[in-house]
Write a protein that binds this ligand. Structure first.
Ligand SMILES: [Zn+2]
Length: 133
């Protein structure tokens, strides 16, 4: 049942309803209207209903806000985790680079050693040839 709107019969402005005094008064022209018990009960019921709806809406908003906050935190955790994984991947790549560098150094050292041995053998051969030649 829709609440009858209380409008001033004199000027048409909305009436200010006073449920305590069971009356309504126009804030514009001061026209007064006496309400009966049923009308007052109806107004109070409507007010209670509006209040309950408002509370329910507020609770819904709070739940949505909490969910949003939770989702945001979850996203942050996910982002942190992926950042960590990215960091770990980079460390892995760095290690691979170091390993490959070490291998290159090893290879160069091996060739250098072979070179030194060859030079040594050549020097020994020259000395021997000069000695016995
Ligand atoms: Zn009025």
């Amino acid at each position: 049942m829709a609440l009858r709107s209380y409008q001033c019969s004199n000027c048409g402005a909305n009436l200010k309803v006073d449920t305590f005094n069971m009356s309504a008064v126009c804030e514009y022209c001061g026209q007064q209207l006496t309400l009966d018990t049923e009308e007052v009960a109806e107004i109070l019921a409507e007010r209670e209903k509006t209040k309950r709806m408002k509370t329910a809406e507020e609770e819904q908003t709070k739940r949505e806000e909490a969910k949003l906050k939770h989702d945001t935190e979850l996203k942050k955790i996910e982002s942190d985790a992926s950042e960590f994984m990215e960091g770990a991947r980079r460390v892995g790549q760095g290690l691979d680079t170091v390993k490959s560098g070490l291998n290159t150094v090893k290879t160069i050292a091996t060739y250098a050693l072979i070179g030194v041995i060859l030079i040594f053998i050549i020097v020994v051969l020259i000395v021997l040839l000069k000695h016995f030649g």
